[in-house]
Design a protein around this ligand. Structure first.
Ligand code: SF4
Length: 241
């Protein structure tokens, strides 16, 4: 049996948000553990978010976090440090994040742009208007739409809603109609209904991710105990309600 599609209203999005926050508490993403003053070699506070957004590609946050911790311990902290360190040393440091050869190249590509074009400070890059900033980020090796929007929303503090596999899964299971299947189509579902509020967009993305990791699993979602069950046609099918 297929799920009946509906066109969600702004209130539906906010209902999901409220329920998840009530259930789980605020997550206050993006988690910044070391920050600007972690070591004398740090360049800017955004570095940790940028590096984390690259390291988390195709892996769990836990693995990315371990790699970040290793970078910090090794003193490879900040764009200049990443730019200067030999590739082989960085590869060893971020091994826990998987795809470490590719991610090393991505981290170094980003660092090179900041060092060579923006005087070593991501604040200079983040000054660009949102559309120009997104365009510039997407031009950097290894930065796709999701990573770009992570960086824009959480590091540059500009409203660009982040879509990931977890968000697509939840939207599809809730039976929300999306005008197409591209990243931008899913993004528009949120950005056209919710005012560009950094805190709301950042927290909603974080809540959806947490919900997917803990409850709305790819296989065998835990629908019986889910706070969204009465709103979710997939959950009702799964539970026979
Ligand atoms: S009811 Fe099930 S499918 Fe629906 S959101 Fe909850 S866990 Fe996911």
């Amino acid at each position: 049996m297929s799920v009946k599609m509906t066109v969600p209203a702004r209130s539906d999005l906010l209902e999901i948000y409220d329920r998840l926050v009530r259930k789980n508490g605020r997550r206050n993403w993006w988690p910044v553990k070391y920050g600007k003053y972690g070591t004398a070699r740090a360049d800017t506070g955004g570095f940790e978010i940028v590096a984390g957004a690259i390291l988390v590609q195709n892996t769990t946050w836990k693995n990315a976090e371990r790699a970040l911790g290793n970078m910090h311990t090794a003193g490879i902290w900040g764009y200049r440090a990443v730019h200067e360190i030999p590739e082989t040393a960085l590869v060893e440091t971020i091994r826990s994040s998987g795809y470490y050869n590719t991610k090393t190249k991505k981290l170094k590509a980003f660092a090179e742009v900041i060092v060579k074009e923006y005087a070593g400070s991501d604040a200079n890059l983040f000054e660009l208007e949102l559309a120009d900033l997104r365009h510039r980020l997407l031009d950097i090796y290894g930065i796709g739409e999701e990573t770009a929007d992570d960086i824009i929303l959480y590091a540059a503090k500009k409203p660009s809603f982040v879509i990931d596999a977890y968000t697509r899964r939840l939207v599809d299971r809730l039976g929300w109609h999306v005008d197409g299947s591209r990243y931008s189509d899913y993004q528009r579902l949120f950005s056209s209904r919710l005012e560009p509020d950094l805190e709301l967009w950042g927290e909603l993305h974080a809540q959806i991710d947490g919900h997917a990791v803990r409850v709305c699993h790819k296989l065998d979602p835990l629908c019986h105990g889910c706070v969204l069950l009465d709103l979710c046609p997939t959950g009702r099918l799964n539970t026979g309600q």
